[in-house]
Design a protein. Structure first.
Length: 218
């Protein structure tokens, strides 16, 4: 079995959640706040949401969309916000601008709705990531498969979802290592195509393992 040029280092992450004193009580304020809030807030309410709600396979994919529907009853805007696929983003600044653009555009199209008071305010929070090496590494695909099978959800989220921002690439830690260190380009591409929206994190792990299995038997 081929040995990698460098090992895959399994890492987990914990997140410190901080509630800011920034709130939005209507759609117009949400658009204004999206321009001023921190990058950590954008991360918390989008990328981190998928980790917090790992058990959900239905519903909206970010907190902004959840709030717009639940607190302002604007389903069209909620759908537009939920339609932003975080897999397409390697920059929080770009994601922030797209979120803001959708909200501002909606308020411009429906001025009477922008100032309507929401049923409850949106509270901006921040997510501060602290990564910790697990002390486990993989040199072969079999070792990688075994490590992945026992990987906690927080570590899976770190390597497969939030890694896109760290790498600034439209890929993940797993695919980058499979392609770059083991030369398994096709497997890396299949792994990267596993859907993070229609699967729970446990489901994502199962699908990743299902992709690796045939390679080990080949």
């Amino acid at each position: 079995m081929k040995r990698a040029d460098r090992p895959f280092q399994f890492v987990t992450a914990s997140y410190l959640t901080r509630i800011r004193n920034q709130t939005a009580t209507n759609l117009k304020e949400l658009g204004e706040s999206l321009e001023k809030c921190s990058d950590e807030s954008i991360f918390y309410h989008t990328f981190h949401t998928l980790g917090r709600h790992h058990f959900l396979t239905e519903g909206f994919s970010n907190d902004f969309a959840h709030w717009v529907l639940a607190a302002t009853n604007q389903a069209e805007l909620a759908e537009e916000l939920a339609g932003l696929d975080i897999r397409d983003y390697v920059s929080l600044a770009v994601l922030r601008e797209d979120l803001r653009r959708l909200v501002i555009s909606y308020c411009d199209r429906f001025p009477a709705l922008g100032g309507l008071a929401a049923f409850e305010p949106f509270h901006f929070c921040e997510s501060i990531e602290v990564s910790v090496p697990l002390g486990r590494e993989a040199w072969t695909l079999e070792e990688f498969r075994d490590g992945l099978a026992n990987l906690a959800r927080a570590a899976l989220h770190f390597h497969f979802i939030s890694s896109r921002l760290r790498l600034r690439l439209r890929t993940n830690d797993f695919s980058l290592w499979l392609s770059g260190s083991l030369g398994l380009t096709e497997l890396a591409q299949r792994v990267n195509r596993v859907d993070i929206y229609t699967n729970t994190l446990d489901g994502v792990r199962d699908r990743l393992l299902a992709q690796i299995g045939p390679e080990l038997r080949a």
